[in-house]
Design a protein around this ligand. Structure first.
Ligand SMILES: Cc1cc2nc3c(=O)[nH]c(=O)nc-3n(C[C@H](O)[C@H](O)[C@H](O)COP(=O)(O)OP(=O)(O)OC[C@H]3O[C@@H](n4cnc5c(N)ncnc54)[C@H](O)[C@@H]3O)c2cc1C
Length: 455
């Protein structure tokens, strides 16, 4: 492992950048992409705002060749580094105090594709421009998360649940091919049956750069015909979601628990491009429905531009087994009530997913039950003190999540090693084996897997 001081890392990196012409930013200098004075352009911060670690320098490759030569340099110089997309993860996993950051947003090309049902993209491409380009061809990615201001590889390194997950599963489930740049600097073409790709998806960057990827598409309009269905309890929302998923009905389901009396949960449910009759949702156990409306999220995202994100965002997103997770949901809901509408102005997100058996990928954070419920708490905080206090309350749920057989999808804090071991089970040993093979010096994304020291 490198014992050299960060200043000598910087000197070596400056010499490398001069020779290779790879864009370099010193620690503290704004990144070439993202809004200044926000985490988007600050390599020492991420979306969560709870962690600050300045790197010695940032390399910003703009082609596969540049990314590969950056990896060769870091490998030879034995400099630890993290991979960074849009930095929307909250746990500090894209930060690297004193080491290097590889900002991958320069790998943002939409590549020619052999099939109309697949997009070939570089991993640093943001979802929003991808959607914009696809909309002109009457296509869309099969699953979209709530946040199009993230990169394709950033969400595929985590999982990606979204609008049509009841039809297609997680975003990672649809990836058929990828070009990986391994931490040794080797370029590796993988298909979906290759262990390297299978463990890179939802792998938090442990096996190197997801440089190019296939994203599955479907032919659809961008106009969603939808209504808001109100539910009096989370249980009735879950029952409706399972009914929808089993019958493969509707294209879009996203819900929030908000406790705005008399309802507990409200879900936007709809179909793209087709007006559904008012009777389409009658058999679901909802208690009220809004008038239907046409919504175009792409046009809306373009109109409103980039959101003003809060400064501090602690987060806990857990996947609970069903039905046994309902008790824990009650406790999380009580916590949300106490956090109040100031910190959770739109409540929190709920989504029913099929359990682990429905995904063939080893690292997806899903429990073994047939159905699972993802509960995503993202309180907004004004000060670091307040965010740390809120985060401590979220952290206190970990023993109960573990006891309930739940999984953490994403958190703004590291998990105890025993919890990561329980969550990933025997897959952890297989991941470690692959990691040793492709990253023998353990330089890439140390601690990025929920803080777990993989090697
Ligand atoms: C407001 C908001 C709403 C969200 N809604 C959803 C949602 O609906 N569904 C959902 O699933 N998630 C959601 N998320 C979570 C989000 O999808 C993840 O945090 C995702 O990782 C963000 O992508 P990013 O480009 O910012 O990645 P980053 O935060 O930059 O990176 C995330 C991880 O990916 C690794 N990584 C980044 N680029 C690469 C690469 N090219 N190759 C290999 N590894 C790489 C990083 O090292 C890190 O481990 C939401 C987040 C926010 C802030």
């Amino acid at each position: 492992m490198s014992q050299r001081r960060p200043s000598s890392h910087l000197e070596e990196a400056l010499a490398f950048a001069r020779e290779s012409r790879v864009l370099l930013r010193r620690g503290g200098e704004p990144l070439p992409w993202g809004r200044h004075e926000t985490f988007e352009a600050d390599a020492a911060r991420d979306f969560g705002g709870l962690h600050t670690r300045a790197p010695a320098f940032v390399l910003c490759p703009r082609s596969l060749q540049e990314a590969q030569s950056a990896l060769h340099f870091l490998y030879d110089a034995e400099i630890p580094y993290t991979l960074r997309g849009a930095g929307h993860s909250p746990s500090g996993e894209v930060l690297c105090g004193g080491g290097a950051v590889l900002d991958l947003r320069g790998l943002s090309a939409l590549l020619p594709s052999q099939s109309a049902d697949e997009a070939q993209v570089q991993g640093g491409l943001y979802w929003l421009p991808l959607c914009r380009a696809l909309s002109t061809r009457g296509r869309a990615p099969r699953v979209l998360t709530d946040n199009p201001h993230t990169t394709v590889a950033g969400t595929l390194s985590v999982g990606g649940f979204g609008d049509s997950s009841h039809l297609f599963g997680l975003q990672v489930d649809g990836v058929r091919r990828a070009t990986l740049l391994l931490p040794t600097g080797d370029c590796y073409e993988a298909t979906s049956d290759d262990p390297l790709l299978r463990y890179a998806l939802s792998g938090h960057g442990q096996l190197g750069i997801l440089a190019e990827l296939s994203v599955p598409l479907w032919r659809r309009s961008w106009a969603l015909h939808a209504r808001v269905l109100h539910f009096e309890s989370a249980e009735s929302f879950v029952a409706a979601s399972i009914q929808i998923a089993e019958a493969q009905r509707f294209d879009y389901v996203r819900a929030r628990a908000h406790a705005v009396s008399p309802y507990a949960v409200s879900a936007l449910v709809g179909t793209y491009g087709v007006e559904r009759a008012a009777t389409a949702h009658r058999d679901l156990p909802h208690c009220a429905a809004s008038e239907p409306e046409w919504i175009d999220f792409l046009a809306h995202a373009q109109q409103v531009g980039l959101p003003q994100w809060p400064r501090f965002n602690p987060a806990l997103e857990v996947v609970l087994p069903l039905p046994s997770g309902f008790d824990l949901l009650l406790a999380l809901d009580a916590c949300a009530q106490e956090l109040g509408s100031e910190r959770l102005p739109r409540g929190y997100s709920l989504q029913v997913l099929r359990g682990r058996g429905a995904s063939l990928l080893p690292l997806v954070p899903l429990p073994d039950t047939a159905w699972a419920l993802i509960v995503a708490l993202r309180p907004e905080c004004q000060t670091l003190d307040e965010a740390q206090h809120v985060q401590a309350r979220l952290t206190a749920f970990l023993p109960r999540i573990a006891a309930a057989g739940g999984c953490v999808y994403l958190a703004s804090f590291p998990l105890p090693a025993a919890m990561v071991e329980a969550q990933l089970g025997s897959e952890l040993a297989a991941l470690r084996e692959l990691k040793r093979r492709v990253d023998p010096k353990g330089l890439c994304n140390r601690g990025a897997l929920f803080g777990y020291p993989l090697i």
